[in-house]
Design a protein. Structure first.
Length: 581
């Protein structure tokens, strides 16, 4: 709720988030203006000391000038620290506003596809770093370089021309640096994303790799990926260090040239002795922001790329509208011409699928491996957004529901049980943030329905037992029972179960059958991808999926009779039925 107050769902773009930080940006610009004006104080002090104090020997004047300088530098230090704190506060506010949207996008296939090989969270942090670090400071200080150059012209036109020429040289280096860095930075980001993705995937399967004797070969594969990453890092770093060194050399040379030119002009009596030091300080100050820009160009480029990636990622978020609170559904499911394409390709995983399920139905889904059964179930559960057609619950399209509210009415058990790091109770309750007796009783009720209550109590800490990602710490059968309890949590009106008995023993399968019967008696519509054909005796409707299409759908006995005429009402094994679709 606090999120909506700070950042309305209708404006969930990065630009709108930056607009919300406009006040911070305004104060940063204001403080930068004051800072850069105060940076003139040392130059003015030098001019006054050389032109007034040394000429007249007025020590009292020196004392007051020194007091003014100390006060100016004190205010300068205070404003500089305050500016950095403002930038950090802006970074925190951006995180508070955007992090929920970015984190949600990272969980969704569309968001990950928009990011490509890049890590969404790493790009978001890179953007925040660019907005609150050296790149931001260089950006707000750079516009003051022309003002310092103008002051140099006031000291003497030749000093101004030198400062102007030096500024043009540093800007040229920055532009060339940008062109040289852009390709290297893009290659660096792609290589980093590919390497970290590969490493995380291999870590998840580390136990299997050890059992299969694959660890050495996986390490070799990761080392090759790191070599590619290191090459891109070296190319980007070498280019940046060359231009940073060239900029530093140019700045020091120009600063010394300003000192020499000032001495020449002083000898000719064109400027005072104080003008020598003032010219050197002013030229140095004029060149410093430009040098910072070149030095921070890598962060600039990372921030620019991150801005584009985060913008694309946030554009995939279509649930930012204010959803109308629809009435609680009864469980009538309607699939209307649903089509799903493979991610990043034109291949169809599911084509023009249509059927209707009524409250109380138990629909069995069978078919060969790769037929599209899992894709169909993912679309029904809302885990996959169809590329065409619509899935309706009680006549309302799934996309017309707030996803969090809709999820309370759906019990989904995926093919991979997808348990999360946390306690067993948290997993069953879907990490319900509400605590208390009502949640605890609902957790226990769901576990009892799934036949998992006694098994959970036998664990070291019962429902408070901590498990790792993907149910690490539990056997496959235990994890599947916990996942089934999670699907039953909260009395959903639609159950979408993908091979729920794949790892269950006879007791677990009996509990599953009883849970489905009980759900059917309550009017729950259950759609079950069947792994064991004996389980089909419990369904009242049967669906056959083949080649990405619904090949047949209707009452169980009628479909079985069509498959094997004269075989009677008993369920039979379907040829080529597999455990994966």
């Amino acid at each position: 709720m606090a999120l909506k107050a700070e950042f309305s769902p209708a404006s969930s773009t990065l630009k709108a988030a930056l607009d919300a930080c406009r006040r911070h940006i305004g104060f940063v610009i204001l403080f930068s203006a004051c800072l850069n004006l105060l940076y003139l104080a040392p130059s003015i002090y030098m001019l006054q000391v050389y032109d007034r104090v040394l000429a007249s020997g007025a020590l009292l004047t020196l004392f007051y000038l020194t007091l003014v300088l100390i006060a100016s530098l004190g205010v300068l230090a205070f404003l500089d620290g305050t500016r950095m704190r403002l930038l950090l506060a802006m970074s925190r506010r951006l995180d508070r506003i955007l992090a929920p949207h970015v984190l949600k996008a990272a969980l969704q296939r569309e968001g990950r596809a928009a990011a490509g090989n890049a890590s969404i969270l790493r790009e978001f942090d890179a953007l925040r770093g660019a907005l609150s670090g050296q790149p931001a400071v260089a950006a707000v200080d750079a516009p003051w370089a022309p003002i310092y150059i103008a002051v140099c012209f006031m000291i003497h036109p030749w000093i101004g021309m030198l400062a102007l020429l030096g500024g043009l040289i540093l800007v040229t280096i920055a532009v060339v640096n940008n062109r040289a860095m852009r390709g290297a930075m893009k290659a660096n980001e792609d290589a980093a994303g590919a390497m970290y993705t590969l490493q995380n995937a291999d870590i998840i399967q580390g136990d299997a790799a050890r059992a299969l004797g694959m660890q050495t070969r996986l390490v070799e594969r990761q080392v090759k990926a790191r070599i590619t990453l290191n090459q891109s890092i070296n190319e980007a770093g070498s280019a940046n260090s060359f231009y940073a060194s060239l900029t530093k050399f140019s700045r020091l040379l120009l600063q010394s040239s300003a000192l020499g030119l000032g001495a020449f002009l002083a000898v000719r009596q064109d400027i005072s002795a104080g003008g020598i030091i003032a010219a050197s300080i002013l030229c140095s100050r004029a060149f410093q922001p430009l040098e910072l820009i070149v030095g921070a160009w890598r962060q600039f480029e990372q921030g620019r790329q991150a801005y584009g990636i985060i913008t694309r990622v946030l554009q995939t978020q279509e649930d930012t509208r204010d959803f109308t609170n629809l009435p609680s559904p009864q469980g009538a499911i309607s699939v209307e011409g649903v089509t799903v394409r493979a991610p990043g390709g034109d291949r169809f995983l599911l084509m023009n699928a249509s059927f209707r399920g009524e409250p109380g139905d138990i629909i069995g889904v069978i078919g060969p491996s790769g037929a599209g059964k899992t894709t169909l179930l993912r679309a029904i559960a809302g885990a996959t957004r169809p590329d065409g057609g619509a899935v309706r619950l009680d006549g309302a399209k799934m996309t017309d529901w707030d996803p969090d509210r809709l999820g309370r009415h759906i019990g989904y058990l995926p093919q991979e049980v997808a348990l999360f790091a946390g306690t067993i109770g948290q997993n069953i309750s879907r990490f319900d943030s509400l605590a208390g007796e009502d949640v605890d009783s609902a957790i226990i009720k769901a576990a009892q329905q799934a036949g998992a209550h006694e098994m959970i109590l036998s664990l070291p800490r019962g429902y408070d037992t901590e498990i790792g990602p993907n149910g690490r710490g539990l056997s496959a059968g235990q994890a599947q029972r916990v996942a089934l309890a999670r699907a039953l949590y909260g009395d959903p009106v639609l159950l979408a179960l993908d091979e729920p008995n794949a790892h269950l023993d006879s007791d677990g399968e009996t509990a599953l059958i009883n849970a489905l019967k009980e759900a059917s008696a309550k009017g729950v519509c259950s759609i079950v991808v069947a792994h064991r054909t004996g389980f089909l005796s419990q369904v009242n409707k049967l669906m056959i999926v083949a080649d990405g299409r619904i090949d047949a759908f209707g009452p169980r006995d009628a479909i079985l009779a069509r498959l094997n005429p004269g075989a009677g009402p008993r369920p039979i094994a379907v040829p080529n039925e597999g455990a994966r679709s």
